[in-house]
Design a protein around this ligand. Structure first.
Ligand SMILES: *Cc1c(COP(=O)(O)O)cnc(C)c1O
Length: 386
Protein backbone atom coordinates (compact mmCIF):
# COMPACT_ATOMS: atom_id res chain seq x y z
CA UNK A 1 0.00 0.00 0.00
CA UNK A 2 1.41 3.37 -0.99
CA UNK A 3 0.62 5.84 1.77
CA UNK A 4 2.31 8.99 0.52
CA UNK A 5 0.82 10.71 -2.53
CA UNK A 6 2.37 14.15 -2.77
CA UNK A 7 5.11 14.76 -0.21
CA UNK A 8 3.64 15.57 3.15
CA UNK A 9 0.13 14.31 2.35
CA UNK A 10 -1.46 11.13 3.65
CA UNK A 11 -4.76 10.94 1.82
CA UNK A 12 -6.53 14.19 2.71
CA UNK A 13 -4.37 14.65 5.85
CA UNK A 14 -1.08 16.38 6.54
CA UNK A 15 0.20 19.22 4.39
CA UNK A 16 1.30 22.59 5.64
CA UNK A 17 -0.99 25.47 6.63
CA UNK A 18 1.33 28.17 7.93
CA UNK A 19 2.33 31.79 7.22
CA UNK A 20 4.66 32.33 4.21
CA UNK A 21 7.75 33.22 6.27
CA UNK A 22 7.39 30.00 8.25
CA UNK A 23 6.75 28.08 5.03
CA UNK A 24 10.13 29.23 3.79
CA UNK A 25 11.75 27.66 6.86
CA UNK A 26 9.79 24.42 6.36
CA UNK A 27 10.70 24.19 2.66
CA UNK A 28 14.36 24.57 3.57
CA UNK A 29 14.03 21.90 6.28
CA UNK A 30 12.26 19.48 3.90
CA UNK A 31 14.96 19.95 1.30
CA UNK A 32 17.77 19.37 3.83
CA UNK A 33 16.06 16.30 5.27
CA UNK A 34 15.73 14.80 1.77
CA UNK A 35 19.37 15.56 1.15
CA UNK A 36 20.71 13.89 4.28
CA UNK A 37 18.33 11.05 5.09
CA UNK A 38 19.96 8.68 2.57
CA UNK A 39 23.47 10.05 2.95
CA UNK A 40 25.70 7.12 4.02
CA UNK A 41 27.72 9.24 6.46
CA UNK A 42 24.58 10.62 8.06
CA UNK A 43 23.12 7.13 8.41
CA UNK A 44 26.35 5.82 9.89
CA UNK A 45 26.51 8.63 12.45
CA UNK A 46 22.86 8.06 13.45
CA UNK A 47 23.52 4.32 13.83
CA UNK A 48 26.64 5.03 15.88
CA UNK A 49 24.81 7.15 18.45
CA UNK A 50 21.80 4.84 18.55
CA UNK A 51 24.18 2.07 19.54
CA UNK A 52 26.70 3.87 21.75
CA UNK A 53 24.50 6.50 23.42
CA UNK A 54 20.91 5.27 23.30
CA UNK A 55 21.86 1.61 23.86
CA UNK A 56 20.16 0.03 20.82
CA UNK A 57 19.19 -2.42 19.75
CA UNK A 58 16.90 -2.98 22.69
CA UNK A 59 15.32 -6.40 23.29
CA UNK A 60 12.01 -7.83 22.17
CA UNK A 61 11.20 -9.55 25.45
CA UNK A 62 8.84 -12.52 25.61
CA UNK A 63 6.37 -11.79 28.43
CA UNK A 64 6.17 -15.39 29.59
CA UNK A 65 4.23 -14.90 32.82
CA UNK A 66 1.78 -12.41 31.39
CA UNK A 67 1.12 -14.74 28.46
CA UNK A 68 0.52 -17.68 30.81
CA UNK A 69 -1.73 -15.61 33.05
CA UNK A 70 -3.94 -14.40 30.18
CA UNK A 71 -4.02 -17.64 28.18
CA UNK A 72 -4.14 -16.84 24.47
CA UNK A 73 -1.77 -14.96 22.21
CA UNK A 74 1.95 -14.89 22.94
CA UNK A 75 2.92 -11.41 24.10
CA UNK A 76 6.24 -9.79 23.25
CA UNK A 77 7.35 -6.39 24.57
CA UNK A 78 9.46 -4.01 22.48
CA UNK A 79 11.67 -2.44 25.12
CA UNK A 80 11.90 1.29 24.32
CA UNK A 81 11.79 1.71 28.11
CA UNK A 82 15.42 0.54 28.21
CA UNK A 83 16.71 3.40 26.04
CA UNK A 84 18.87 6.10 27.59
CA UNK A 85 16.47 8.63 29.19
CA UNK A 86 13.78 5.96 29.41
CA UNK A 87 11.62 6.26 26.31
CA UNK A 88 11.42 6.23 22.52
CA UNK A 89 11.68 10.05 22.39
CA UNK A 90 15.48 9.88 22.24
CA UNK A 91 15.40 8.20 18.78
CA UNK A 92 13.74 11.25 17.26
CA UNK A 93 15.66 13.99 19.06
CA UNK A 94 18.92 12.29 18.14
CA UNK A 95 18.01 12.11 14.45
CA UNK A 96 16.88 15.72 14.38
CA UNK A 97 19.91 17.13 16.20
CA UNK A 98 22.26 15.33 13.79
CA UNK A 99 20.33 16.93 10.94
CA UNK A 100 20.48 20.34 12.68
CA UNK A 101 24.26 20.01 12.95
CA UNK A 102 24.58 19.21 9.24
CA UNK A 103 22.42 22.21 8.45
CA UNK A 104 24.81 24.41 10.41
CA UNK A 105 22.29 25.39 13.10
CA UNK A 106 23.76 27.03 16.20
CA UNK A 107 20.70 26.90 18.43
CA UNK A 108 18.00 24.38 19.13
CA UNK A 109 14.53 25.41 20.27
CA UNK A 110 11.67 23.18 21.35
CA UNK A 111 8.34 23.35 23.11
CA UNK A 112 7.28 21.06 25.90
CA UNK A 113 4.09 20.41 27.84
CA UNK A 114 4.78 18.11 30.76
CA UNK A 115 8.50 18.33 30.08
CA UNK A 116 9.32 14.90 28.63
CA UNK A 117 10.24 16.19 25.15
CA UNK A 118 12.05 19.15 26.72
CA UNK A 119 14.22 16.82 28.78
CA UNK A 120 14.98 14.61 25.75
CA UNK A 121 15.92 17.69 23.70
CA UNK A 122 18.08 19.15 26.49
CA UNK A 123 19.84 15.77 26.75
CA UNK A 124 21.02 15.67 23.12
CA UNK A 125 21.86 19.38 23.21
CA UNK A 126 24.20 18.67 26.13
CA UNK A 127 25.67 15.71 24.23
CA UNK A 128 26.26 17.75 21.06
CA UNK A 129 27.14 21.03 22.76
CA UNK A 130 24.27 23.01 21.23
CA UNK A 131 22.64 26.12 22.65
CA UNK A 132 19.18 25.00 23.84
CA UNK A 133 16.03 26.99 24.58
CA UNK A 134 12.88 25.21 25.75
CA UNK A 135 9.54 27.04 25.71
CA UNK A 136 7.13 25.86 28.36
CA UNK A 137 3.80 27.27 29.53
CA UNK A 138 4.19 29.11 32.86
CA UNK A 139 1.45 26.99 34.40
CA UNK A 140 3.24 23.84 33.21
CA UNK A 141 6.58 24.99 34.69
CA UNK A 142 4.89 25.21 38.10
CA UNK A 143 3.30 21.77 37.80
CA UNK A 144 6.48 20.14 36.47
CA UNK A 145 9.16 21.88 38.52
CA UNK A 146 11.39 18.79 38.61
CA UNK A 147 11.46 18.54 34.82
CA UNK A 148 12.38 22.23 34.64
CA UNK A 149 15.26 21.46 37.00
CA UNK A 150 16.30 18.46 34.85
CA UNK A 151 16.43 20.62 31.72
CA UNK A 152 18.44 23.31 33.52
CA UNK A 153 20.80 20.68 34.91
CA UNK A 154 21.39 19.57 31.33
CA UNK A 155 22.29 23.14 30.40
CA UNK A 156 19.08 24.27 28.70
CA UNK A 157 17.39 27.63 29.12
CA UNK A 158 13.73 27.18 30.04
CA UNK A 159 11.47 30.08 29.04
CA UNK A 160 8.20 30.17 31.01
CA UNK A 161 5.48 31.50 28.67
CA UNK A 162 2.98 33.67 30.54
CA UNK A 163 0.74 34.48 27.58
CA UNK A 164 -2.69 32.90 27.10
CA UNK A 165 -3.35 30.11 29.57
CA UNK A 166 0.33 29.40 30.07
CA UNK A 167 -0.02 25.94 28.55
CA UNK A 168 1.47 23.92 25.70
CA UNK A 169 -0.35 25.81 22.95
CA UNK A 170 1.09 29.12 24.15
CA UNK A 171 4.58 27.59 24.30
CA UNK A 172 4.17 26.37 20.68
CA UNK A 173 3.20 29.90 19.58
CA UNK A 174 6.28 31.42 21.24
CA UNK A 175 8.58 28.78 19.76
CA UNK A 176 7.14 29.40 16.27
CA UNK A 177 7.63 33.16 16.72
CA UNK A 178 11.27 32.51 17.61
CA UNK A 179 11.69 30.27 14.55
CA UNK A 180 10.26 32.86 12.13
CA UNK A 181 12.81 35.40 13.45
CA UNK A 182 15.80 33.10 13.58
CA UNK A 183 15.39 30.19 11.20
CA UNK A 184 18.70 30.85 9.46
CA UNK A 185 20.63 29.72 12.54
CA UNK A 186 17.95 28.00 14.64
CA UNK A 187 16.47 24.50 14.41
CA UNK A 188 13.01 23.78 15.82
CA UNK A 189 13.12 20.27 17.23
CA UNK A 190 9.59 18.86 17.21
CA UNK A 191 8.63 16.05 19.56
CA UNK A 192 6.01 13.95 17.80
CA UNK A 193 4.75 12.87 14.38
CA UNK A 194 2.67 16.05 14.09
CA UNK A 195 3.02 19.59 12.70
CA UNK A 196 3.46 20.84 9.13
CA UNK A 197 5.42 18.88 6.51
CA UNK A 198 8.17 17.65 6.76
CA UNK A 199 7.88 16.93 10.51
CA UNK A 200 5.48 13.93 10.42
CA UNK A 201 7.58 12.25 7.70
CA UNK A 202 10.86 13.06 9.41
CA UNK A 203 9.77 11.91 12.87
CA UNK A 204 8.45 8.66 11.40
CA UNK A 205 11.74 8.15 9.62
CA UNK A 206 13.75 8.42 12.85
CA UNK A 207 11.28 6.35 14.91
CA UNK A 208 11.05 3.57 12.29
CA UNK A 209 14.07 1.98 13.91
CA UNK A 210 11.58 0.49 16.41
CA UNK A 211 9.80 -1.70 13.84
CA UNK A 212 12.93 -2.29 11.80
CA UNK A 213 14.34 -4.03 14.88
CA UNK A 214 11.15 -5.71 16.06
CA UNK A 215 10.51 -7.26 12.64
CA UNK A 216 14.00 -8.73 12.50
CA UNK A 217 13.70 -9.89 16.12
CA UNK A 218 10.32 -11.60 15.75
CA UNK A 219 11.50 -13.38 12.59
CA UNK A 220 14.53 -14.66 14.52
CA UNK A 221 12.47 -15.76 17.53
CA UNK A 222 9.30 -17.06 15.90
CA UNK A 223 10.05 -17.29 12.19
CA UNK A 224 6.88 -15.41 11.33
CA UNK A 225 5.23 -12.02 11.53
CA UNK A 226 3.10 -10.99 14.51
CA UNK A 227 -0.69 -11.09 14.45
CA UNK A 228 -0.82 -7.51 15.71
CA UNK A 229 1.40 -4.64 16.80
CA UNK A 230 0.04 -2.44 19.60
CA UNK A 231 1.16 1.04 20.66
CA UNK A 232 -0.26 3.99 22.57
CA UNK A 233 -1.05 7.11 20.54
CA UNK A 234 -0.55 10.68 21.79
CA UNK A 235 0.83 12.64 18.87
CA UNK A 236 1.57 9.26 17.36
CA UNK A 237 5.36 8.99 17.09
CA UNK A 238 5.99 5.75 18.98
CA UNK A 239 2.96 4.20 17.27
CA UNK A 240 4.00 5.18 13.73
CA UNK A 241 7.58 4.04 14.45
CA UNK A 242 6.38 0.65 15.67
CA UNK A 243 3.95 0.28 12.73
CA UNK A 244 6.24 1.54 9.93
CA UNK A 245 7.80 -1.71 8.72
CA UNK A 246 4.49 -3.59 8.97
CA UNK A 247 2.28 -1.17 7.04
CA UNK A 248 2.95 -3.11 3.84
CA UNK A 249 2.30 -6.47 5.54
CA UNK A 250 -1.51 -6.76 5.29
CA UNK A 251 -1.63 -9.82 7.60
CA UNK A 252 -0.36 -7.73 10.53
CA UNK A 253 -3.03 -5.81 12.45
CA UNK A 254 -1.93 -2.33 13.52
CA UNK A 255 -3.58 -1.22 16.74
CA UNK A 256 -3.30 2.22 18.31
CA UNK A 257 -4.60 2.78 21.83
CA UNK A 258 -5.74 6.12 23.21
CA UNK A 259 -7.20 7.43 26.48
CA UNK A 260 -11.00 7.58 26.57
CA UNK A 261 -10.61 11.21 27.70
CA UNK A 262 -8.54 12.18 24.65
CA UNK A 263 -10.11 9.90 21.96
CA UNK A 264 -8.79 11.75 18.91
CA UNK A 265 -8.90 8.84 16.48
CA UNK A 266 -12.12 7.37 17.80
CA UNK A 267 -14.12 10.62 17.82
CA UNK A 268 -12.13 13.28 15.93
CA UNK A 269 -13.16 14.98 12.69
CA UNK A 270 -10.91 16.32 9.88
CA UNK A 271 -9.68 19.82 10.75
CA UNK A 272 -6.54 21.95 10.72
CA UNK A 273 -4.58 22.31 13.95
CA UNK A 274 -1.00 23.56 14.53
CA UNK A 275 -0.35 23.96 10.81
CA UNK A 276 -1.53 20.58 9.45
CA UNK A 277 -4.70 18.63 8.77
CA UNK A 278 -5.62 15.64 10.90
CA UNK A 279 -8.46 14.20 12.94
CA UNK A 280 -9.13 16.67 15.76
CA UNK A 281 -11.41 16.62 18.78
CA UNK A 282 -13.58 19.72 18.52
CA UNK A 283 -16.00 21.20 21.03
CA UNK A 284 -19.46 22.57 20.15
CA UNK A 285 -17.89 25.88 19.04
CA UNK A 286 -15.53 24.17 16.62
CA UNK A 287 -12.51 24.83 18.88
CA UNK A 288 -10.01 22.10 19.83
CA UNK A 289 -11.59 20.30 22.79
CA UNK A 290 -9.92 20.33 26.18
CA UNK A 291 -8.45 16.88 26.71
CA UNK A 292 -7.32 15.25 29.89
CA UNK A 293 -5.17 12.18 30.31
CA UNK A 294 -3.50 10.71 33.38
CA UNK A 295 -0.59 10.14 30.98
CA UNK A 296 0.81 13.60 30.17
CA UNK A 297 2.31 12.35 26.88
CA UNK A 298 -1.13 11.43 25.51
CA UNK A 299 -2.84 14.71 26.30
CA UNK A 300 -3.22 16.24 22.84
CA UNK A 301 -6.44 17.05 20.89
CA UNK A 302 -4.86 16.21 17.49
CA UNK A 303 -2.95 13.23 16.11
CA UNK A 304 -0.35 12.66 13.42
CA UNK A 305 -1.70 12.93 9.85
CA UNK A 306 -0.58 9.44 8.86
CA UNK A 307 -2.59 7.90 11.73
CA UNK A 308 -5.59 9.93 10.58
CA UNK A 309 -5.15 8.35 7.16
CA UNK A 310 -4.50 4.82 8.47
CA UNK A 311 -7.73 5.14 10.44
CA UNK A 312 -9.75 6.52 7.53
CA UNK A 313 -8.42 3.90 5.09
CA UNK A 314 -9.05 1.12 7.59
CA UNK A 315 -5.44 -0.10 7.57
CA UNK A 316 -5.03 0.54 11.31
CA UNK A 317 -7.49 0.17 14.18
CA UNK A 318 -7.75 2.49 17.16
CA UNK A 319 -9.35 1.74 20.51
CA UNK A 320 -9.93 3.56 23.78
CA UNK A 321 -9.10 2.38 27.27
CA UNK A 322 -10.23 3.89 30.59
CA UNK A 323 -8.05 5.22 33.41
CA UNK A 324 -9.05 2.22 35.54
CA UNK A 325 -7.88 -0.19 32.83
CA UNK A 326 -4.60 1.70 32.51
CA UNK A 327 -3.95 1.64 36.26
CA UNK A 328 -4.73 -2.08 36.31
CA UNK A 329 -2.33 -2.72 33.40
CA UNK A 330 0.37 -0.64 35.12
CA UNK A 331 0.18 -2.95 38.14
CA UNK A 332 -0.28 -6.23 36.26
CA UNK A 333 2.82 -5.75 34.12
CA UNK A 334 4.83 -4.69 37.18
CA UNK A 335 3.79 -7.79 39.14
CA UNK A 336 3.97 -10.40 36.36
CA UNK A 337 7.10 -9.31 34.49
CA UNK A 338 8.96 -7.00 36.86
CA UNK A 339 8.61 -4.14 34.40
CA UNK A 340 6.99 -0.87 35.51
CA UNK A 341 5.68 0.75 32.30
CA UNK A 342 5.15 4.46 31.65
CA UNK A 343 1.47 5.38 32.07
CA UNK A 344 1.41 6.14 28.33
CA UNK A 345 2.69 2.65 27.49
CA UNK A 346 0.27 1.12 30.01
CA UNK A 347 -2.51 2.12 27.59
CA UNK A 348 -1.14 -0.32 24.99
CA UNK A 349 -0.68 -2.97 27.68
CA UNK A 350 -4.28 -2.42 28.84
CA UNK A 351 -5.66 -3.21 25.40
CA UNK A 352 -3.35 -6.24 25.10
CA UNK A 353 -4.84 -7.57 28.35
CA UNK A 354 -8.26 -7.50 26.67
CA UNK A 355 -7.16 -8.77 23.26
CA UNK A 356 -4.77 -11.62 24.09
CA UNK A 357 -7.34 -13.94 25.75
CA UNK A 358 -9.61 -13.69 22.67
CA UNK A 359 -6.83 -15.06 20.41
CA UNK A 360 -5.15 -18.47 20.18
CA UNK A 361 -1.70 -19.60 21.28
CA UNK A 362 -0.71 -19.46 17.60
CA UNK A 363 -1.14 -15.69 17.66
CA UNK A 364 1.62 -13.23 18.51
CA UNK A 365 1.23 -9.71 19.87
CA UNK A 366 4.02 -7.14 19.92
CA UNK A 367 3.31 -4.42 22.48
CA UNK A 368 5.46 -1.32 22.19
CA UNK A 369 6.65 -0.36 25.65
CA UNK A 370 7.30 3.28 24.75
CA UNK A 371 8.79 4.19 28.14
CA UNK A 372 9.52 3.23 31.71
CA UNK A 373 7.30 4.13 34.62
CA UNK A 374 9.75 5.63 37.11
CA UNK A 375 8.44 9.10 36.28
CA UNK A 376 4.88 8.00 37.09
CA UNK A 377 5.28 6.03 40.29
CA UNK A 378 4.52 8.95 42.61
CA UNK A 379 1.40 9.91 40.63
CA UNK A 380 0.11 6.33 40.65
CA UNK A 381 0.83 6.10 44.38
CA UNK A 382 -1.50 9.07 44.97
CA UNK A 383 -4.16 7.80 42.58
CA UNK A 384 -4.25 4.38 44.23
CA UNK A 385 -4.62 5.92 47.70
CA UNK A 386 -7.89 7.51 46.69
C1 LIG B 1 5.73 11.35 24.89
C2 LIG B 1 5.41 9.93 25.15
C3 LIG B 1 4.37 9.25 24.47
C4 LIG B 1 3.44 9.93 23.51
O1 LIG B 1 4.02 10.45 22.37
P1 LIG B 1 3.82 9.77 20.93
O2 LIG B 1 4.34 10.80 20.01
O3 LIG B 1 2.37 9.49 20.75
O4 LIG B 1 4.62 8.52 20.93
C5 LIG B 1 4.18 7.91 24.73
N1 LIG B 1 4.93 7.25 25.63
C6 LIG B 1 5.93 7.85 26.31
C7 LIG B 1 6.72 7.06 27.29
C8 LIG B 1 6.20 9.21 26.10
O5 LIG B 1 7.18 9.81 26.78
Amino acid sequence: METVQTPGYFGQFGGSFIPPDLQEAMDYLAQQFEKYKNDPEFIEEFQYYLREYVGRENPLTYARHLTAKLGGAKIYLKREDLNHTGSHKINNVLGQILLAKRMGAKRIIAETGAGQHGVATATVCAMFDMDCTIYMGAEDTRRQALNVFRMELLGAKVVAVDKGQGRLKDAVDEALGDLVQNYKNTFYLLGSAVGPHPFPTMVKHFQSVISEESKRQIMEKEGRLPTAVLACAGGGSNAIGSFAHYIDEPSVRLIGVEPDQAPTLSEGVPAIIHGFKCLVLLDENGEPRKTYSIAAGLDYPGIGPEHSYLKESGRAEYYMVTNEEVLEAFQVLSKTEGIIPALESAHAVAYALKLAPTLSSEDILIVNLSGRGDKDVEQVFHMLQK
